[in-house]
Design a protein around this ligand. Structure first.
Ligand SMILES: Cc1cc2nc3c(=O)[nH]c(=O)nc-3n(C[C@H](O)[C@H](O)[C@H](O)COP(=O)(O)OP(=O)(O)OC[C@H]3O[C@@H](n4cnc5c(N)ncnc54)[C@H](O)[C@@H]3O)c2cc1C
Length: 380
C-alpha cells in the first residue's frame, strides 16, 4: 500500500497527527503494534493545562492547543469527556502564596486568563485543607478522557476509509529515493512519502538501526484511583510544587519526585498523582511511591483520606532533556518526522502537535517554533 503519510503509533500524538494530516487532504495510514493507544496515553491523567507552564514556547503551545481541543469537541462532537472545568493551583504558606501570585501575574501579562485568589477560594474548591494560603485559578484549562479521544479519532478516520492496522509491529524503516518503506513483523510493507514516528518513549527502536536517534527517555509516573465518594473536586487541583516537578529537566536519576495533582472523572472516581522518576522501561507500581503520592494529595485535600483506593497504575512519560517536545524531520531527506518528547503534557499538546506536523508535511512550511522544537537542536 502506498499513501502520502504513514503515522506509527495510535497514542494521543499519533491520533491527532493522523487527524490533522487527513484534514489537510493527505492520504494517511495508521499502525500500532498493540491495540488502540496501548502505550503511555492509556496510563495517565487527562489534564489539558496552561497553569503548570512557566512561560515561553510551552505556554504558547498549550494556549493554542486549548483552543484546538475546544474546536475538536465542537466540530467532531464531544465523545471524549472533554470538559473545560478549569484548574486550581494551591499555595501553602506565605512564601508559596507570593510565588503563586507572581506566577499568575506572569501568565496574565502573557494574555492567559487566570486569577489569584487570596480569600474565599471555597467558591472554587470547598475541600482544600486549612493550611491553604492562596490559590490560582485558570478557568480555561480543561480535562479529557484520552482513550476516548483516541477512539473518537480512530472511529472518525476509519469511517473516512483511513486504514488502521493493529497488533502488528513495525520492525524497520527503509528510506528510499522517493519514499520510505515501512516493514511489518510479518514481512508486509507499506510505503509513503513521509512517515511520522509518534512512538513515544520507544521512538529510538526504529531510528537507531538507521544511525539516527532522539534524546527521549521514559520518565515513570504513578496514579492512584480513588472510589467515588462525597469529596467534591470541581476543577483539576494541584499543589504549586507540582509545576516545579513537571518542568524539572535536571534528569536526576536517583530521586523519585512527587507532588499532588488531583482530578475527578465523569464516573465520579478521583485520580491522584503524581510521581516522576527515571526507572528505565519498568512500569511496575511501587507501594512506597503510592504512599507518598497519597500523602501529598491528602495534604492539600484532607477529605480524600476518607476514600478507598480502587486501583493504581504507572506509565512512562516521554521526557525530553530541555522540557520541550521534539517535532520535526530526523533524516537527511526530511521524510521521517518524529513527534515525541511531550513528557507530562502530551494530551494537552496533542492537537497543536498535529497542527505543526501537518504544517511541516502537508504545507511544507516551517512552523514558528521550528528552531525550538526541531530534533536537530540536540546535535548542534
Ligand atoms: C502518570 C502520568 C500522568 C500523565 N498526565 C498527563 C496529563 O494530565 N496531561 C497531559 O497532557 N499528559 C499527561 N501525561 C503525559 C501523556 O500521557 C504523554 O505525554 C502522552 O500520552 C504521550 O503520547 P504519545 O502518543 O507520544 O505516546 P504513546 O501513547 O506511548 O504512544 C506511542 C505508541 O507507539 C506505538 N509504537 C511504538 N513503537 C512501535 C512500533 N515499532 N510499531 C508499531 N507501533 C509502535 C506504541 O504501541 C504506542 O501506542 C501523563 C503521563 C503519565 C505517565
Amino acid at each position: 500500500m502506498a499513501v502520502d503519510c504513514i503515522v506509527i503509533g495510535t497514542g494521543i500524538i499519533g491520533s491527532f497527527t493522523a487527524l490533522a494530516l487527513h484534514e489537510r487532504g493527505l492520504s494517511v495510514a495508521v499502525a500500532d503494534r498493540g491495540g488502540l493507544a496501548p502505550g503511555t496515553s492509556r496510563s495517565s491523567d487527562g489534564n489539558l493545562l496552561s497553569s503548570d507552564k512557566s512561560g515561553g514556547v510551552m505556554l504558547t503551545l498549550s494556549e493554542r492547543s486549548l483552543v484546538l481541543w475546544s474546536d475538536f469537541a465542537a466540530r467532531h462532537g464531544n465523545h471524549c469527556e472533554y470538559d473545560p472545568k478549569g484548574s486550581t493551583v494551591v499555595a501553602r504558606g506565605a512564601d508559596q502564596a507570593e510565588a503563586l501570585a507572581e506566577h499568575v501575574a506572569g501568565h496574565q501579562t502573557a494574555g492567559v486568563t487566570c486569577e489569584f485568589v487570596d480569600a474565599g477560594w471555597e467558591r472554587y474548591e470547598p475541600h482544600l485543607g486549612p493550611d491553604t494560603s492562596a490559590i490560582g485559578h485558570w478557568p480555561r484549562d480543561a480535562q479529557v478522557q484520552p482513550m476516548l479521544a483516541c477512539y473518537q479519532i480512530a472511529r472518525s478516520l476509519s469511517e473516512a476509509n483511513v486504514p488502521y492496522r493493529f497488533y502488528d509491529e513495525i520492525t524497520a524503516l527503509e528510506p528510499g529515493a522517493d519514499a520510505v518503506t515501512v516493514r511489518f513483523a510479518n514481512g508486509d510493507t507499506w510505503s509513503a512519502g513521509h512517515v511520522v514516528l509518534a512512538t513515544g518513549v520507544w521512538s529510538n527502536e526504529l531510528l537507531e538501526p538507521l544511525g539516527l536517534s532522539v534524546p527521549v527517555r521514559p520518565r515513570k509516573g504513578h496514579i492512584c484511583v480513588l472510589e467515588r465518594g462525597d469529596v467534591e473536586v470541581n476543577s483539576k487541583i494541584a499543589d504549586f510544587g507540582y509545576n516545579a516537578t513537571a518542568e524539572d529537566t535536571s534528569g536526576d536519576d536517583a530521586a523519585v519526585q512527587t507532588a499532588a495533582i488531583i482530578e475527578s472523572t465523569r464516573s465520579g472516581t478521583i485520580l491522584c498523582g503524581s510521581s516522576r522518576e527515571f526507572a528505565g522501561f519498568d512500569r511496575s507500581v511501587s507501594t512506597d511511591t503510592l504512599r507518598r503520592v497519597m500523602a501529598d494529595c491528602i495534604g492539600i485535600v484532607p477529605d480524600l483520606a476518607r476514600l478507598r483506593v480502587l486501583r493504581a497504575y504507572a506509565g512512562l512519560r516521554p521526557f525530553s532533556p530541555d522540557g520541550l517536545p521534539i517535532i520535526g524531520p530526523v533524516d537527511p531527506d526530511g521524510r521521517i518526522v518524529v513527534a515525541t518528547g511531550h513528557e507530562g503534557a502530551g494530551h494537552g499538546l496533542a492537537p497543536v502537535t498535529g497542527e505543526l506536523v501537518a504544517d511541516l508535511i502537508a504545507a511544507s512550511v516551517t512552523h514558528p517554533y521550528d528552531g525550538a522544537l526541531h530534533p536537530e537542536r540536540f546535535t548542534v
